[in-house]
Structures are given as structure tokens and as C-alpha cells.
Design a protein around this ligand. Structure first.
Ligand code: HAM
Length: 412
């Protein structure tokens, strides 16, 4: 027998029954971001590895452990994008978008790749929906984006959300704080996990992420970034908080919030959902005022977020809607069923019919299984009955009035 294959570890197929819920999420996000003035951008799945090594940071887990990188046949170092912000900044610079009216507001949706160990909610190919506002340092942009992500998630019926908010200050304050934290951690080196100790020099902030007991005790007593903010960064952060308060978006201040990417400055935030279990981070982001310059562009402040589509789907209250037709056409004559179903579709009514030419009883069973709201039963004498599947109520109707009846029933 020929070998059988499976989707690679940590990846998955999206089958037609799951597509409807995905389309709903994409449509909702697109409408919301469109209304807020974000234009959709698409960048390639492949980027030069340097974009991430420099942009996201060589010592981050993402770059040091999780990238799918390879040398192509022309000797170029390429990587399947693990995130979308660095590529968008690359595109902003490449297309001279700094010459456009600022800020430039963008959004994106698509697949991303990280070689993480797979578990529920954590995949090697996953999808993100993201939004970026490039070219302003106004706290209004931070707050507007956070409110948008809040609306995106709540609008999909996701409950049990928590928003954590922190600020990392400017790149300079952050660098000074890093040094202070490193010195502090070094004084307690013996109590730290091997992992944190190994990265004391390159990334001492990782200690905040650790679940190692000794490390947690040490970090619990460490000075926090929020206590070290410069006056203008503290003012910026206070303005963001005041705007969120005014918008009625609840949050918890988290001075230890570290995100797994090095480019953040000032505001950082993360939404988690209590329904998700271990991988509870549903969407997050922050300000990255230094990234465009790091990637060779002019100094340009920016802020953004990304949310994981699979985690959104898992957190949504209602089970994903299967693709249920509104009408299932039942008719002994396949050609007549075909004609009636196509006529309904012309009215944007989703309609199916039996392709296997089953007997009447078999077709009625198919209609029930399809989850259709109605069966349109076309008898051999040409008469037409509309049956509401749930109640079993059935009445004779005129085929010309069928589309209007189905459409009217949507509102009932
Ligand atoms: P991130 O927090 O690394 O941020 O990813 C954003 C979201 O993507 C997460 O909250 C999570 O829902 C989802 N996600 C991440 N990794 C996985 C995975 N392995 N499997 C499933 N879902 C996953 C960023 O990527 C930044 N680019 C966000 C940003 C935009 N910051 C500024 N602008």
C-alpha cells in the first residue's frame, strides 16, 4: 500500500465545516478595522531572516529557537514569518510610506509560523489578525488600538477577558532599567533557574516570564520598570490610561508584563481569556518607537497589536457555525432540484440538493442531516411544499414566492 501522509506536526487542515466561523471572524475584523481607517496590507510569508533577527531581537525565543529559516538555492537566508510587525515596517520603509500623510494605519490577516512545541492553542502554523498605526507617538493611537481590539473580541461574544497593561518606557530608559535589573539578578544568581541565568546578559527581562519558584521569589522583590519611567514616558502612560478609563475599557496594571519581542517601547498590553487554558494570550501588542529606525528607516514612532485567529475561535461562546444551508431541495427529478436550488442561490439564499439521486425518504434524511432550516419539496405533479424542519410545519407554496418567503423568515 502507498504511504499515507499527515499534516506536519503542529499544523492542521481547515475543513469546510470550520470555514464559516473563520469567515465570520475575518469579516467582523475587516469591518471594524476598515471603519477605523485601517487599510489592508499583505506582505509575503517569506522574509529575509535579518528582518526578524534585527527587528524582533536575536535573543528572543522567537528568533533564537522558533524560526523556520533556510538558505534558498541562491544562497539567500530566508525565514517563514513568525510575526507581522517587522515585515510591515520593512514594507513601510521599502515603499517610502513615511512620505504619505502620517500616521499610516494598516491591518493584516494571514498565516504565521513558529516552531513551538504544539499543544492546545499553540501551533506551528497559525493565523493572526493584526493592526498597526505608524507615524505618531500620540497616546490617542495606543488607546484607540486597544479599544479596537477590545471591540473585536467582545463583538465576537468572547467573555472572560482580562486586559493587562504596562509600560516599558523609552529605549534608553529600558536599557538603563535592564542594566539595573541584571545587576540585581546577578546578586541573586544562585536562586535563579538555569534558563534565566543563561540569559542574564542578553535578556534579563525574561526572568519576569519564568514559572521557576526561586526565580519568581527573586523577581517579586525586583525594582519594576514602571517605577523607573522617565517623566515624559510616565506622562504618556498616564494619558493612555486616562483614555482607556474614559472609554470604559477595564484593565489591570501589570508592571511585569513582558512580551516575547524586543521591539517594544512605552505601552505594552495583552488580552487573555479565562476559557483558553494554558495558552490564554488571545491578542497583544504595544508601541515600537525604535523599530523602523532599526530596520533602516527614519525615526518613526508606531504602535500595534495582533490576535490569534485560532485562539479567538476557541474562545468564542457559540460553537462554530457549520455551513448550514437555508434550504434543502427535495425532488425525485435531479434536474428539477438543480434548477430550483440554483434559482434560490441567485437570490443569495444558500441552497443544496441531493447529488446522489436518492429516493424521497433518503433525500428527506439528507435534508435533516444538512441542518437546513427548510426543505423545499418539489412533487412530481409540480406542486411545491415548504417544510420548516424544526417544527415539521409544512404548507404548499408558489415557486415564484419561495425566495421571498425564505428571506422574510430570516427576520422572523
Ligand atoms: P504575539 O503576542 O507574539 O505578538 O502574537 C499575537 C497573538 O498571536 C497571540 O496573542 C496569540 O493569540 C497568537 N499566537 C502567537 N503564537 C501562536 C502560536 N504558536 N499558535 C497559535 N497562536 C499564536 C505579535 O506577534 C506582535 N507582532 C503583535 C504586535 C503587532 N505588536 C505590535 N504590533
Amino acid at each position: 500500500m502507498a504511504a499515507r501522509y499527515q499534516a506536519p506536526k503542529g499544523t492542521f487542515d481547515v475543513l469546510p465545516a470550520e470555514e464559516a466561523a473563520r469567515a465570520l471572524v475575518a469579516e467582523h475584523a475587516g469591518r471594524l478595522l476598515d471603519a477605523a481607517g485601517h487599510g489592508r496590507i499583505e506582505t509575503p510569508a517569506l522574509e529575509e531572516t535579518e528582518v526578524f533577527a534585527r527587528g524582533v531581537g536575536a535573543s528572543t525565543d522567537i528568533v533564537s529557537k522558533e524560526m523556520f529559516s533556510f538558505t534558498d538555492r541562491g544562497g539567500r537566508e530566508l525565514t517563514l514569518r513568525p510575526e507581522g510587525t517587522a515585515p510591515i515596517c520593512r514594507a513601510y520603509i521599502e515603499h517610502g510610506m513615511h512620505k504619505d500623510p502620517q500616521p499610516v494605519k494598516l491591518w493584516y490577516a494571514g498565516p504565521f509560523f513558529r516552531a513551538e512545541s504544539p499543544q492546545r492553542g499553540r501551533y506551528r502554523q497559525f493565523n493572526q489578525i493584526g493592526a498597526e498605526v505608524i507615524g505618531t507617538d500620540s497616546p490617542l493611537a495606543d488607546a484607540e488600538l486597544i479599544v479596537l481590539l477590545d471591540e473585536l473580541l467582545r463583538g465576537l461574544g468572547i467573555a472572560d477577558l482580562e486586559l493587562r497593561l504596562g509600560s516599558l518606557g523609552s529605549l534608553e530608559t529600558r536599557a538603563a532599567y535592564r542594566d539595573e535589573l541584571r545587576d540585581y539578578l546577578r546578586e541573586h544568581e544562585a536562586e535563579l533557574s538555569d534558563d534565566v541565568r543563561a540569559r542574564l546578559d542578553s535578556n534579563p527581562m525574561r526572568a519576569f516570564d519564568s514559572d521557576h519558584e526561586g526565580t519568581r521569589a527573586v523577581i517579586g522583590a525586583a525594582p519594576t520598570m514602571l517605577e523607573r519611567l522617565e517623566a515624559d514616558d510616565a506622562e504618556h502612560f498616564a494619558a493612555v490610561r486616562a483614555l482607556l478609563d474614559a472609554a470604559g475599557v477595564p484593565y489591570r496594571l501589570d508592571p511585569t508584563l513582558v512580551r516575547g519581542l524586543d521591539y517594544y517601547t512605552r505601552t505594552v498590553f495583552e488580552f487573555s481569556c479565562g476559557r483558553l487554558g494554558a495558552q490564554s494570550g488571545i491578542g497583544g501588542g504595544g508601541r515600537y518607537d525604535g523599530l523602523i529606525e532599526v530596520l533602516g528607516g527614519p525615526p518613526t514612532p508606531a504602535v500595534g497589536w495582533a490576535a490569534g485567529t485560532e485562539r479567538i475561535l476557541m474562545a468564542m461562546a457559540d460553537a462554530p457555525l457549520p455551513q448550514r444551508p437555508e434550504v434543502f431541495v427535495v425532488c425525485a427529478d435531479g434536474a428539477a432540484a438543480f434548477e430550483l436550488a440554483l434559482g434560490l442561490r441567485r437570490h443569495r439564499i444558500s441552497a443544496q440538493f441531493d447529488l446522489a439521486a436518492r429516493a424521497f425518504k433518503g433525500q428527506m434524511k439528507r435534508a435533516g442531516r444538512s441542518g437546513a432550516r427548510f426543505a423545499a419539496i418539489l412533487e412530481q405533479d409540480g406542486s411545491l411544499k415548504l417544510r420548516e424542519m424544526d417544527s415539521g410545519e409544512q404548507r404548499e407554496v408558489d415557486s415564484a414566492e419561495l425566495p421571498a418567503l425564505v428571506i422574510a423568515a430570516r427576520e422572523a
